[in-house]
Design a protein. Structure first.
Length: 133
């Protein structure tokens, strides 16, 4: 009976040592895979940083070049004297500001403002011209 217990104990210890060796080998393999992935990630990060640096240089160069260019001319209003008179005539005929804006290819806000100013000017009483000395 004592021999059987010793044999079972020896087999148990051998199994534990064998399992310990397997776990140790598995940990070494996992550690090796992790280090390889870490090297790959560092290489990818390095490539991204180089690309980012190149983009920064290109942006700086473009900004330097754009500083040498003349700024675009300011956008002028689409209203000229003939369009103003056309808009007022169209309004007198009963056309709406959206219709006038579309027909004359003008922003509706400008047409609204023109018609509003025109109504104010028309509603003002006529004042006599000042007499000179």
């Amino acid at each position: 009976m004592a021999a059987a217990q010793c044999l079972l104990t020896a087999v148990g210890i051998a199994a534990c040592v064998w399992l310990f060796a397997l776990v140790k080998a598995d940990l070494r393999a996992a550690n090796s895979r992790w280090r390889q992935r870490q090297r790959e990630a560092e290489a990818a990060l390095s490539a991204v940083l180089i690309s980012l640096s190149n983009l920064d240089k290109r942006i700086e160069e473009n900004e330097r070049q754009s500083g040498l260019l003349a700024p675009p001319p300011p956008v002028l209003s689409g209203f000229n004297l003939s369009k103003r008179s056309q808009a007022i005539r169209m309004s007198r005929r009963g056309e709406t500001p959206p219709q006038i804006a579309a027909a004359l290819r003008l922003p509706q806000g400008e047409v609204d403002l023109l018609l509003k100013v025109h109504r104010i000017v028309v509603s003002l009483p006529a004042t006599p011209a000042p007499k000179g000395p």
